[in-house]
Design a binder for this molecule. Structure first.
Ligand SMILES: Cc1ncc(COP(=O)(O)O)c(CN[C@@H](CS)C(=O)O)c1O
Length: 403
């Protein structure tokens, strides 16, 4: 991978007099100049509301907005732009899926999620189970990843929804979505996938995976915050009631009732995040220039490089699958005798930015017997020198605390 840092001015700064080493990409990624320029250019030259005006700027803004939707469609290989809904991000997308679940679930139906889910794919399902009387079943782990046998055992004729993360934001484990989809559909259930930590890092083909819903966030893939996507099969989105009501999503408003417009706009009430969507399109262009397979391969190279060095640090415990090829670029770890927050603070003193906490995955941390961990997460602009700086800063931290 060529050194991409030149596209990311933000990375060219010192933190505590040390060069910044940004390793918190699972939280949010940095934005290349190419994306920032598109965002600025939109506001400087094309800004207007979409689908509502015939004047030139409105036509240009609408064309740019819908071109971004087409870029998303192509990026995830959806069959139609009708299946690409712009949302605020993964959390909103998954909440929308549970609104559809509320429509179709009845008491006694079963929902399956895993213990490794992010809160945005855990709490909404708790809520919909409570509202509908459906039963929420949890699948557990084996060797640091989803236990497929446990999933198969828990699938029954009563299973109506399965919702799983494609890649864990803590374990770095990657779930075999295509295999799971076959099992889920064999039982006649719907399958939703949380793609927040997979879409930025690997090629996604929603038709090949045969998922019913797929959610992801723009800010985790070089795009701005506030824009995300919910992919849904057209047949299901046509059955789904609108989530928000108002302008744009209507066909006709009578005094007595209203009718809805066609997909995808049925789900886009009000003025959308026009600039965010257009900038997400620019982020997709940027990532496609590098190539998603190249990105996945490069991240696995970094993980393969750093893992032995981390494992050689006495007292450092790593969570997640052993095999590098079963992992994304997320590595959660703890050092015996050191609170993760103290560890992350000490690393920050060395210019190294990692996350510490429960990573919005408290059921998982509890299952691991931990209240919190530190977490390093790599992306396209990280280098082996960044890996070496992480290891060096960890050793200095251990020395500082006399561990
Ligand atoms: C697997 C997974 N699923 C959903 C989300 C939510 O994404 P939003 O863009 O915030 O809606 C995230 C975001 N995880 C961040 C913030 S907690 C992390 O540091 O791990 C995620 O990792």
């Amino acid at each position: 991978m060529i050194d991409l840092k030149k596209d990311f001015k933000i990375l060219n700064q010192k933190v505590n007099d040390e060069p910044l080493v940004y390793l918190d990409n699972a939280a949010t990624t940095q934005k290349p100049q190419q994306v920032l320029d598109v965002l600025t250019n939109y506001y400087e030259h094309d800004n207007a509301n979409v689908h509502r005006g015939v004047h030139t700027l409105a036509e240009r803004a609408t064309a740019d907005y819908e071109a971004a939707r087409e870029k998303v469609r192509k990026f995830i290989h959806a069959a139609s732009t009708k299946e690409v809904l712009f949302t605020r991000g993964t959390t909103t997308s998954l909440n929308w899926v549970t609104k559809f679940a509320e429509q179709v679930l009845t008491a006694g139906d079963e929902i399956i999620i895993s213990v490794a889910e992010h809160h945005s794919n855990f709490v909404p399902w708790q809520q919909v189970a409570e509202k509908t009387g459906a039963i929420l079943k949890i699948v557990y782990l084996k060797d640091g990843a989803l236990d497929i046998d446990d999933l198969k055992e828990k699938l029954t004729a009563k299973t109506k929804f399965v919702s799983l993360t494609h890649a864990s934001n803590v374990l770095g484990s990657i779930t075999p979505i295509k295999e799971v989809a076959e099992w889920v559909h064999h039982y006649g259930a719907y399958f939703a996938v949380d793609g927040a930590q997979s879409v930025p890092h690997m090629k996604i083909d929603v038709q090949d995976l045969d998922v019913d819903f797929f959610a992801f966030s723009g800010h985790k893939m070089c795009g701005p915050t506030g824009i995300g996507v919910l992919y849904g099969k057209e047949t299901l989105l046509n059955q789904m009631n609108p989530i928000e009501f108002g302008g744009e999503m209507i066909d006709f408003v009578y005094e007595s009732h209203s009718t809805w417009t066609e997909l995808p706009w049925k789900f886009e009430a009000g003025t959308p995040n026009i600039a965010g969507a257009i900038a997400l399109g620019a982020a997709i262009d940027y990532l496609e220039t590098i190539g998603m397979d190249n990105i996945h391969r490069y991240e696995q190279e970094l993980v393969a490089y750093v893992m032995p060095k981390l494992k050689a640090i006495e007292g450092l415990e790593i969570y997640g699958p052993e095999a590098v090829e079963a992992r994304s670029g997320v590595i959660a770890f703890n050092i015996r005798g050191l609170h993760p927050h103290d560890l992350a603070t000490a690393l920050d003193m060395e210019g190294v930015a990692v996350r510490a906490g429960h990573h919005c995955a408290q059921p998982l941390l509890n299952y691991l017997g931990q209240s919190s961990t530190a977490r390093a997460s790599f992306y396209i602009y990280n280098t082996k020198a960044d890996c070496d700086k992480l290891v060096d800063a960890l050793l200095k931290t251990k020395e500082f605390f006399g561990l």
